[in-house]
Design a protein around this ligand. Structure first.
Ligand code: ZN
Length: 183
């Protein structure tokens, strides 16, 4: 029983909501998550270079990269082209299709997913989501709501928040600060 209590921790989101999270089961899992987030950050940097809001995502299965994605809203003039959706699309293009295609996969994304992306994650039945920075304005994985772990939905993902949060957050806040400073 003591182990069960110690294996999860309760945190408060920047919006003041409770957020329960399983603690990484060991150093190896933590290393995997940092590695996955570094790859997602590479995608976010590529988005930045392309003039997009810098958010990146990758899908990993047993520590191996299966797809990458990044924001392409501006380039494709489509408000739905978020990094998570882009990443799921790439995986599907590579043949990861069907009801259980994403079994044992983890989606890494630099910023907390929005409602649309949480919906896509639930429908794709992705079992584990690791994100970097909180999104207090639009995040639906803990900030405004918790769609990935909604008790009434028939798919729930495990959610790990705050991996490389500072780097992920600075990238996006720097982008918006610079955009505001432009004449
Ligand atoms: Zn989204």
């Amino acid at each position: 029983m003591a182990v069960a209590i110690l294996s999860t921790s309760l945190a408060v989101t920047p919006n003041g909501r409770w957020f329960r999270m399983r603690r990484p089961s060991g150093h190896r899992e933590q290393q995997h998550d940092v590695h996955g987030m570094r790859l997602a950050l590479e995608e976010a940097q590529a988005a930045l270079v392309a003039g997009e809001v810098p958010v990146g995502a990758v899908l990993m299965k047993h520590g191996e990269l299966i797809a990458r994605g990044r924001n392409r809203m501006k380039g494709l003039a489509d408000p739905r082209r978020h990094a998570e959706v882009d990443c799921i699309d790439e995986a599907q293009d590579r043949g990861w299709r069907g009801a259980n295609a994403f079994e044992n996969c983890t989606l890494y994304v630099t910023v907390e997913p929005c409602a649309m992306c949480c919906g896509a994650i639930v429908l794709a039945r992705i079992p584990r989501v690791v994100f970097g920075a909180w999104d207090e304005k639009a995040g639906m994985a803990g900030s405004l709501h918790d769609l990935l772990r909604h008790p009434r939905l028939n798919h729930k993902a495990e959610v790990i928040a705050g991996v490389l949060a500072e780097e992920c957050g600075e990238l996006i806040s720097g982008f918006f600060e610079e955009r505001r400073a432009r004449p």
